[in-house]
Design a protein around this ligand. Structure first.
Ligand SMILES: Cc1cc2nc3c(=O)[nH]c(=O)nc-3n(C[C@H](O)[C@H](O)[C@H](O)COP(=O)(O)OP(=O)(O)OC[C@H]3O[C@@H](n4cnc5c(N)ncnc54)[C@H](O)[C@@H]3O)c2cc1C
Length: 413
């Protein structure tokens, strides 16, 4: 079989990880051929604004491009948009796209992220029921908004809550439906969940907790609301579903890669298949800030830093294992949440500051060591707390809670 083309490094996925892998390869002097293949039509763009200022209409698409269009050609990075990889032949070093095109590679970097999880209930695929994962998703939402007064957001995670904040600001009547007993339950401690729940309620959002969606109601072939398991009916002209992602790894798993919920990689982002690396949302990796557990992180930081690790493992004489401190942010209303570290598995949580002032931090500890901070409108704590997480500092809870003492002064020299 003859391949339509072949590249020394072929990157699958044109999101944050894929783009950064190509950028880093050139930055470190890699002169071989590099291509980024992705199933979206656009050149690489930032995903976080999709549920923030892009959805709000405050930032045009041009301003969320990861690099302007000419950058890629200038760096001799070939963009192959609008193509979806359906299979990988690891022995032959070749991928096949949905159109039957085959492309050879020397090394493959799999940066395919995840697809938005969908509800399985009746009506889940009705017009007017949307995910918020791609530019195309959000453009559809924006196009429909003029005819929408009421929105049901299914899922009280970051994306659902960010969308709820923007839509409220745009004058829509928003209901958030969350299956668990608090918002942000999977990612944050209870005080943070309760704070954001109260903020959304104060902005007029109807927050329904412990509420399971039974059906998306459909009228005239369009979503007309949601029926909950307890029988409650929430009429709406639009439904937004933000219930997480499913990692896009099927072609790799079919090719024999070890994995399941993501594809497993080592500290250098190497999968179990020869010359195939995986990075970003789809990569299940050993993370030093999760006590070495295998985790999958969904953040720009993780995608970008793993891209650097994979690029260096390919092209640098002294590759470094992945050891970056995790960080994340979320904007809702005038609140800027900044997170550093991973709070999962904490056994104590210290409140620093007063949530009533809308500026405070939560500091998470495990066995006495600081493992993470969630900082709301508290950038100084976020910046200074990073070193506490890096050093797994053992600090007394009363000292951490004392806002008159800057966090940086608590560090051992
Ligand atoms: C609305 C929204 C808001 C977010 N907000 C934040 C935030 O505030 N802070 C933060 O840190 N993170 C945020 N995230 C998460 C962050 O965007 C992701 O963690 C990051 O984009 C992951 O990068 P990635 O390269 O792994 O995957 P992605 O950026 O998802 O890119 C993967 C690309 O691969 C493509 N693809 C998938 N399968 C195939 C295939 N088989 N063949 C070809 N192409 C394929 C996809 O279409 C996509 O273009 C947000 C995400 C969303 C959706």
């Amino acid at each position: 079989m003859t391949d339509a083309a072949a590249y020394d490094v072929l990157i699958v996925g044109s999101g944050h990880g894929g783009a950064q892998a190509a950028i880093t390869l050139r930055q470190i002097g890699f002169t071989g051929s590099v291509a980024i293949l992705g199933d979206e039509a656009e050149p690489p763009y930032e995903r976080p604004p999709l549920s923030k200022d892009y959805l709000a209409g405050e930032k045009p698409f041009m301003r969320i491009l990861i690099r302007q269009r000419h950058f890629w050609a200038e760096r001799e990075i070939t963009l192959l948009p609008g193509r979806r990889v359906v299979s990988v032949d690891a022995a032959a070093h070749r991928i096949t796209t949905g159109d039957g095109e085959t492309i050879g590679y020397g090394r493959l970097i799999w940066a395919a992220g995840g697809a938005a999880r969908r509800l399985a209930c009746a009506g889940h695929d009705a017009a007017g029921a949307h995910s918020v994962r791609t530019r195309a998703d959000v453009d559809r939402v924006i196009a429909e908004l003029p005819d929408v007064a009421r929105v049901v957001v299914v899922g009280g995670g970051y994306i659902g809550l960010e969308a709820a904040a923007v839509l409220t600001k745009l004058g829509k009547q928003v209901t958030v439906v969350e299956a668990l007993d608090r918002v942000l339950a999977r990612v944050a401690g209870e005080p943070l969940s309760r704070f954001f729940e109260a903020e959304h309620r104060a902005h007029g959002v109807d927050v329904r907790l412990g509420a399971a969606v039974e059906e998306i109601l459909v009228e005239k072939a369009r979503a007309a609301g949601v029926r909950l398991a307890d029988g409650a009916v929430l009429p709406a002209e639009m439904v937004i579903v933000g219930i997480g992602i499913l990692p896009e790894v099927a072609p790799l798993i079919d090719a024999g890669a070890v994995g399941g919920n993501g594809v497993e990689v080592d500290a250098f982002c190497r999968t179990s298949l020869p010359d195939i690396f995986a990075i970003g949302d789809c990569a299940a990796h050993p993370n030093p800030f999760a006590a070495g557990r295998i985790v999958r992180l969904e953040s720009v930081q993780n995608a970008v830093d793993q891209a650097g690790v994979a690029a260096r493992a390919i092209a640098d004489t002294a590759p470094q294992p992945y050891a970056a401190v995790p960080w994340f942010w979320s904007n809702q209303y005038d609140l800027k949440l900044q997170t550093v570290g991973l709070s999962a598995g904490h056994d104590a949580c210290v409140l620093r500051g007063d949530p009533a002032t809308r500026s405070f931090s939560l500091i998470y500890l495990r066995e006495g060591a600081v493992i993470a901070l969630d900082c709301v409108n508290a950038t100084r704590d976020y910046v200074q707390g990073r070193a506490l997480v890096e050093q797994r500092a053992m600090i007394d809870a009363a000292q951490l809670a004392d806002t008159t003492t800057p966090l940086k002064t608590l560090l051992s020299a």
